[in-house]
Design a protein around this ligand. Structure first.
Ligand SMILES: Cc1ncc(COP(=O)(O)O)c(C=O)c1O
Length: 392
């Protein structure tokens, strides 16, 4: 089936799975109690639904349900994970470590902490966007108290060796946070085997609703202590006050369960579609470059630079396919992506990049259509480039 415009921006957000919508609906109109109301059935039913959601999320990562704190999404989870433990950690040391390829929702809270006096090291990735355990180890000092490295990159899909990094941190008594926003439900994750103390996720990245996410907070070996970002009614064991959005938690839980139960089969399907897209474009379009790791990457991610064209212009020339480009189109002079720059990709090639994010609802017809649209758009734009004309 071909749905035009074709949606290939599933790293930005995903469509809510109709099965998830169905599961959420009764919690708007019938089971609408406040999960914190302990004196009547409306509250008990809501509370039971939240418990189930928590169990479903926990099961995906090998956690205990009570280790899952409901938040509004990964931005909040990251902020809580990075700022929450510091009042307890400051007696031990003042050094934090992260990587240059992280999402802004990790980099910006950490940069704020650096302005407030924390010592921050930002480690470079390799040219594939991979953050090596050696690079993290080289950055550690006696003062390091927390390391944050994402599980999968949101632009180039590169998978980091988080198990090795987690082990390194645990051997040194350092807390390890991973932003698993793009990885949750897409690749295997286990907080015990991967030595993770804090893990962030967001439901709208795995076919759940927007506005809800979670933070896994380890309870044992070590027990992670957190100060909340905001105070109030003491919900979520005091870590996150505010009435829980019950329908959203129901949706997040069911979306998590579906993602995990279908993960292996769905990954194989997406990988085949991704390879078809890459091969199809490679056969029709010369002078392209694959950004990110050739094999250690999310199955649904393809990030390509098209030499001698601007990503923004290319996107505009292919309006029937929704993708993202490697430059931020908000500014008058678009900034090339900080991730691609951190990987050592030159500015022109970073600006000439497109991110294709395939997803659960992507069809083979849509992939074939995209190959046609991209190749025609590049063929139209390249003759307008003086550099291309002097090159051919
Ligand atoms: C890796 C990563 N971290 C954090 C976020 C922020 O997620 P949210 O907007 O749901 O808070 C995103 C979303 O793009 C992401 O890709």
């Amino acid at each position: 089936m071909l749905n035009i415009p074709v949606y290939l921006d599933n790293h930005a957000t995903t469509r809510v799975d109709p099965r998830v919508v169905e599961a959420m609906l009764p919690y708007f109109t019938t089971i609408y109690g406040n999960a914190a109301s302990i004196s009547h059935k409306f509250g008990w039913d809501a509370s039971e639904a939240v418990d189930r959601g928590r169990e479903q999320v926990a099961a995906v990562i090998g956690a205990e349900p009570r280790e899952i704190i409901v938040t509004s999404g990964a931005t909040e989870s990251n902020n809580l994970a990075l700022k929450g433990p510091l009042s307890y950690l400051k007696r031990k040391g003042n050094h934090l470590v992260t990587a240059a390829t992280e999402h802004k929702a990790v980099l910006d809270p950490l940069k704020r902490l650096a302005r407030e006096g924390w010592d921050l090291s930002i480690v470079n990735s390799d040219p594939h966007g991979l953050v090596s355990v050696e690079a993290i180890e080289a950055a550690l000092t006696e003062q390091t108290v927390l390391v944050s490295v994402m599980a999968a990159n949101n632009e180039v899909g590169t998978l980091n060796p988080i198990r090795e990094i987690g082990k390194l941190c645990h051997d040194r008594g350092i807390l390890f946070h991973t932003d698993a926003t793009q990885a949750f439900g897409k690749i295997p994750l286990n907080v015990i085997d991967d030595h993770i103390d804090l893990l962030s996720l967001s439901a709208h990245k795995f076919y759940g609703p927007k506005g809800v996410g979670a933070l896994y907070v380890r309870r044992r070996d070590p027990q992670v202590r957190l100060s909340p970002l905001f105070d109030g009614g003491g919900h979520e064991r005091g870590f996150r006050s505010g009435t829980i959005a019950v329908p959203l938690v129901v949706g997040m839980g069911y979306a998590a369960e579906l993602a995990e139960s279908e993960r292996v089969e769905e990954s194989a399907r997406l990988l085949a579609l991704r390879e078809r897209l890459y091969t199809g474009i490679s056969e029709k379009v010369p002078a392209i470059q694959l950004n990110g790791h050739p094999s250690l990457r999310l199955p649904a991610n393809l990030n390509l630079s098209f030499a001698y064209v601007d990503g923004e212009a290319l996107m505009m020339a292919m309006r029937d396919v929704a993708v993202s480009s490697g430059s931020a189109c908000t500014a008058a002079d678009p900034e090339p992506s900080h991730v691609l720059i951190a990987m050592g990709i030159d500015e022109d090639m970073a600006r000439a990049s497109l991110r294709f994010g395939l997803g659960r609802f992507t069809t083979i017809e849509e992939i074939d259509f995209t190959i046609e649209v991209v190749s025609k758009a590049v063929a139209k734009l390249r003759p307008l480039s003086a550099a291309w004309n002097s090159n051919v």
